[in-house]
Design a protein around this ligand. Structure first.
Ligand code: SAM
Length: 244
């Protein structure tokens, strides 16, 4: 049986016994229907996996005995921050999930002229918590033990100098692989459904972003994010192939 992984915000160490927080309890016992005696891996974002066994798995509480810990090295060597133009609900969720699977370091939602979504106050808090849940669940599934930061949306107008930034924009620009020498520490800006305005591309270029294209076809914003991240993170796979 596939070993279940579960995020918990609690401090973890091995050996230890701990009672699970409400979310992990619900996830393991009600969603995954795990029972006492089942093996589980817990992680809290510190880069380790904590291997253990469910001691108790009742409706009221669940506890785990952690027997050992191991370093988890599934992180992408490049620290890419995806600066994603705010798109509508499901698209944004999809981008967050796939970007996490592809190893993104952080996700910075960008408020742009053509973003049709308005977020503030309680609605913003709710959406941030939702996005956090999406990336955590993608870490559980993909085996990552570090959770990418989901930052509060910022206006594109407030962006300051980027030493290593690329803005993706359809048009007569060099292709993405031509402008990225090394994706380490890259800020990757992608427009919302309606794209960036000309003024926004100019502004991004003024603060150091290099404009790049993904080819002749116009991709949906979520496809563009996925294609660009796959291109940039495939370096890891190539190294793996070379190493045999
Ligand atoms: N009509 C909009 C425009 O021309 O900008 C299309 C926007 S596209 C649906 C959404 C975002 O995906 C764009 O702002 C860009 O960041 C990215 N994108 C889509 N296709 C692209 C391409 N061929 N080259 C570069 N970026 C692309």
């Amino acid at each position: 049986m596939r070993l279940r992984r579960c995020y918990t915000p609690q401090q973890l160490h091995a050996p230890a016994r701990l009672e699970l927080d409400p979310r992990s309890h619900h996830h393991l016992v009600n969603v995954l229907r795990m029972r006492a005696g089942d093996a589980v891996i817990l992680f809290n974002g510190d880069g380790h996996d904590y291997h253990g066994t469910l001691l108790e798995a009742s409706r009221r509480q669940a506890s785990v005995e952690i027997s050992r810990q191991s370093a988890n090295n599934r992180e992408c060597a490049c620290r890419i921050t995806l600066m994603q133009g705010l798109a509508k609900g499901e698209r944004m969720d999809w981008v967050m999930q796939k970007a996490t699977e592809l190893g993104v370091h952080a996700i910075q939602p960008l408020i742009t002229e053509r973003s049709s979504v308005q977020l503030s106050g309680a609605r913003l808090d709710k959406r941030l918590a939702h996005w956090q849940a999406v990336v955590i669940s993608a870490c559980e599934q993909s085996g990552r033990a570090r959770v990418p930061a989901v930052l509060e949306p910022v206006s594109l107008k407030t962006l300051r100098d980027s030493a290593n930034g690329v803005v993706l924009h359809p048009g007569d620009y060099p292709r993405l692989p031509q402008v990225v020498e090394a994706p380490n520490g890259l800020d990757l800006a992608i427009g919302p459904e309606g794209g960036f305005s000309t003024a926004e591309v100019t502004r991004l270029r003024q603060v150091g972003f290099v404009a790049a294209s993904l080819g002749e076809r116009i991709l949906r914003t979520e496809t563009a994010a996925l294609a660009a991240l796959a291109l940039l993170t495939l370096g890891d796979l190539r190294e793996g192939l070379a190493a045999g």
